[in-house]
Ligand binder design. Structure first.
Ligand code: UDP
Length: 327
């Protein structure tokens, strides 16, 4: 299939591009390289451009007849979205609208969209099904919810089919050390802990130890980036086989506390970096895990890397490679 991958030079997009290449797809990556890298595009053609630029999108779609669009390009830092909401409504929501105009005009049949568990907000439940009401509590989650809605509405009014994937906590790296998270100023737990091991950071904080969980720290559902990438490839196959539009959670359905994650990073690295216990971070629910029965049933997806040691091991190995790459 001829596929467009927006944000294909970024962390998750680059892993998906690699798997799409292995599956024999013909790939064009469109990325503004704001947080992505040229070296991360290991297959296909890279077009450097921004989804704010409607002329660039028009040029892209007039040169290629895409059968599918996988849309990763977005900003993803929750606290930044609170401070600068319009950046998120511009780069995430409005730019998705720009992309959808071309999808409509060129009658692209399939779309896979990167959404997030942040669309659920602070639910009462700890294991989340796709049918929960959407109630995001920050502009990041709201910007993604609005994008989801535009995709659904366009699909209802056209021949577009979509798979919207709601990611839980994505972590880990390509097991061969070819790719990994290289995002500057990352805020995600496993990445931050790995940066303590390489010495990029002097230490880290645990945000809140008074939650109603087994050790007082928040529980999250960490999913290996290669398993997540596989879901995208399977979503394309599913739609090409006539599957109808779906919204699917991407997680393993189990969770680890912040302390458990940090302990694994320390044990695997042999590095006892300083950890400070501080107050809660605004907007953090105590526990979030995916009910993943739907993705298993609809796509036949099964994880290959559902093991915190593997997730942390690949993340650590990549962090060392990336640290040396940067000199
Ligand atoms: N967290 C932490 N210290 C950090 C980064 C994250 O204690 O330096 C906690 C955070 O409060 C949350 C969990 O780790 O409970 C996962 O946070 P992350 O930012 O990785 O993902 P989120 O669940 O917010 O999408």
């Amino acid at each position: 299939m001829k596929v467009l991958v927006t944000g294909g030079a970024g962390y998750i997009g680059s892993h998906v591009v690699r798997q799409l290449g292995e599956a024999g797809h013909d790939i064009v990556v469109f990325d503004n390289l704001s947080t992505g890298y040229r070296w991360a595009v290991t297959c296909g053609e890279l077009v450097v451009g921004d989804l704010a630029d409607e002329q660039a999108i028009a040029d892209l779609f007039s040169r290629h007849q895409f059968e599918a669009v996988l849309h990763f390009a977005a900003n993803i830092v929750v606290p930044e979205s609170v401070e600068n909401p319009l950046k998120y409504y511009s780069n995430n929501t409005r730019n998705t609208l720009n992309l959808l105009k071309a999808v409509e005009q060129y009658q692209v049949p399939y779309m896979v969209f990167s959404s997030t568990a942040a669309v659920y907000g602070m639910p009462e439940e700890t294991v989340l099904t796709e049918d929960l009401p959407l109630a995001p509590i920050n502009p990041y989650g709201a910007s993604k919810m609005m994008s989801e809605r535009m995709i659904m509405d366009l699909a209802a009014a056209s021949s577009l089919n979509y798979v919207i994937l709601r990611y839980f906590n994505v972590a880990g790296a390509n097991p061969e050390g070819l790719l990994g998270q290289a995002t500057p100023e990352a805020t995600h737990l496993i990445k931050v802990a790995c940066e303590c091991v390489t010495g990029k950071r002097d230490g880290m904080s645990v945000f809140g130890t008074d939650y109603d969980t087994r050790d007082g720290t928040c529980i999250r559902d960490y999913i290996h980036v290669e398993d997540l990438a596989k879901a995208h490839v399977m979503a394309l196959d599913y739609m090409a086989g006539g599957g109808e539009s779906r919204v699917l959670n991407c997680g393993y359905g189990r969770g680890f506390t912040v302390r458990e994650v940090i302990d694994v990073v320390k044990r695997k690295s042999g590095n006892d970096f300083p950890v400070q216990e501080t107050g809660r971070r605004a907007g953090d629910p105590a526990a979030l895990m995916a009910d993943n029965s739907r993705i298993k049933q609809v796509l036949g997806w099964q994880p290959d890397y559902d093991d915190l040691n593997t997730i942390v091991g690949t993340a650590l190995a990549w962090e060392k490679i990336w640290h040396e790459k940067q000199g």
